[in-house]
Design a protein around this ligand. Structure first.
Ligand SMILES: [Zn+2]
Ligand SMILES: [Zn+2]
Ligand SMILES: [Zn+2]
Ligand SMILES: [Zn+2]
Length: 268
């Protein structure tokens, strides 16, 4: 009757995970996987990169699929590394690394304050309890923040979904500072991403500034569970020295909004 349709399952231990990675680029194998006539395997991207000639034996590679390996990998499921924290996902080998590094909501996030060793699932509450002060502000998608020139970052604690954002104040540009926003937490699920918009109004009294001048910039919000002093260099708001007040501060308006990737660039 239904006997033939019953799936047989077996829990196995893979003793050498390297066999599930492309031997050329070391990325987890995912279909399509190709092999030369001598059985050397490579991922699709590597076959293109090596111009269709096997790097072990110089035979053509990129036409013959390695279907047994594709099928074996497609039906292998492993629990998320953060199962003991509550994640119930069982993941295909090819998606496991990305899930654990970027997407899992049960993966611990590290506190960005220098010298603080906290890493856990309650980063927002931890910061509110352990680091409350002028450089920790509550955030509801937008906020007006007073940023002091020497402050490395201001923490924005989102009220609705417990996300933690950092308004970064980089000092690595000449004659000014670079401002950007990162999120300390997992990336958004699905096709969603986040975009920040920063606005600084000049007129702090510095030489040559006028009260009506303003600067603004927008860019993608990078998500990371471990911020290690990294400042996005692909985009930031450059605030020249003249914009900082005589007491060394500017007022920054921060907006963060979610985007569907297919609608990228449209304002919410
Ligand atoms: Zn490869
Ligand atoms: Zn070969
Ligand atoms: Zn997980
Ligand atoms: Zn901390």
């Amino acid at each position: 009757m239904d006997e033939n349709e019953q799936r047989r399952t077996l829990n196995v231990t893979v003793e050498d995970l390297d066999t599930l990675d492309c031997p050329l680029c070391f990325s987890p194998f995912d279909a399509p996987i190709f092999q030369c006539k001598n059985g050397h395997a490579a991922c699709e991207a590597c076959c293109t990169r090596i111009h269709g000639l096997c790097s072990s034996c110089d035979e053509p590679i990129g036409e013959i699929r390695c279907q047994p390996l594709e099928r074996a990998i497609a039906c292998m499921l492993a629990p998320c590394a953060f199962a003991e924290h509550g994640c119930t996902r069982r993941l295909m080998y090819a998606e496991k690394a990305v899930h654990e590094a970027l997407l899992c909501h049960y993966a611990p996030c590290a506190c960005p304050f220098p010298g603080c060793g906290y890493a856990g699932l309650g980063l927002r509450d931890h910061i509110q309890g352990a680091h409350a002060g002028g450089d920790v502000v509550s955030f509801a998608g937008s906020a007006a923040v007073t940023l002091r020139r020497g402050t490395a970052f201001v923490v924005l604690l989102q009220e609705t979904d417990a996300r933690v954002f950092l308004l970064l104040n980089g000092g690595d540009v000449p004659s000014g500072r670079s401002l950007s926003v990162v999120c300390v937490g997992p990336c958004l699920a699905g096709n969603k991403s986040m975009e920040y918009e920063l606005r600084v109004v000049g007129g702090g009294g510095g030489a040559g500034t006028s009260g009506s001048l303003s600067l603004s910039a927008s860019g993608p919000v990078a998500c990371t569970r471990l911020w290690m002093g990294y400042h996005p260099m692909e985009g930031f708001l450059f605030v020249p020295d003249a914009y900082w007040s005589s007491s060394g501060a500017v007022s920054v308006t921060v907006h963060v909004r979610k985007l569907n990737c297919e609608r990228q660039g449209l304002t919410a």
